[in-house]
Write a new protein. Structure first.
Length: 248
């Protein structure tokens, strides 16, 4: 069963094509990664799938809903965490959680259970009254993830979630992602960190708005380097070189 189905998805801004006729699917409970440099179209794709931005052409379904005709329904079943920290710095940890509880219209009877779950999951127990601006980058990241999944979404979109945090915080963050996936949450994550995307079940490499390779990390290594011990850096370079060759 697929959580996301994408067909011929395209987004243009004037004469510039940010996303060029991409098609792929993501299975339920899968961790699916988008790897590509800045400007490859990763964030634009996520914004279309989240119902934030309308496509120029093409279709996609997220859950059972169409991004073209049911964007508001999509927003009810997804969680979204952008690369830029979006919580309120002047609020405490607890106040930020309460704010997002209101946005997601969580019933008062469930409020305390959800709040305790988020605090425990994020390792923020005992820090409820801390001003968010005083948290380290890693703690802010955990809080942002907690607020994104407060309503228990079926599908979680993470747009370069570990940018500008230390390696230990990145590792801890990925442990949380694994736990969510094991519970059945579909996770769609963009990144330009090779080692990060290698943790995904499957991944797509984006270049100039197009998908130039897709598959599991192991399959892509076999396809582009014929070596299981190769790195994703080698795969990435080989895929781009192959794409450039095909264009000439």
């Amino acid at each position: 069963m697929n959580s996301i189905e994408v067909s011929d998805l395209t987004k243009k801004f004037g004469s510039f094509t940010a996303v060029n006729s991409i098609s792929f699917s993501v299975k339920k409970g899968e961790i699916f990664g988008f790897l590509g440099p800045n400007g490859a179209g990763k964030s634009t794709t996520i914004r279309m799938l989240c119902g934030i931005m309308r496509p120029t052409r093409g279709t996609a379904t997220v859950g059972e809903y169409s991004i073209n005709t049911q964007p508001e329904e999509i927003k009810k079943i997804i969680g979204y965490m952008s690369q830029k920290f979006t919580l309120y710095q002047d609020l405490t940890v607890e106040e930020n959680i309460d704010f997002y509880r209101g946005i997601h219209r969580i019933l008062p009877s469930e409020e305390q259970v959800r709040k305790r779950w988020i605090l425990k999951m994020a390792g923020l127990e005992g820090r409820e009254k801390f001003p968010t601006k005083e948290l380290s980058g890693g703690w802010k990241q955990r809080l942002a993830l907690g607020c994104a999944i407060l309503h228990c979404p079926d599908i979680l979109f993470l747009d370069e979630p570990t940018a500008s945090v230390d390696p230990v915080s990145r590792r801890d963050f990925w442990n949380l992602i694994y736990a969510l996936s094991e519970e059945g949450t579909t996770v769609f994550v963009t990144s330009h960190y090779m080692d990060e995307v290698e943790r995904c079940d499957r991944m797509a490499i984006l270049y100039s708005g197009e998908i130039i390779a897709i598959g599991s990390p192991a399959d892509l290594k076999e396809e582009f380097t014929q070596r299981n011990d190769s790195t994703l850096e080698e795969v990435f370079v080989s895929a781009i070189q192959k794409e450039k060759t095909s264009e000439t």
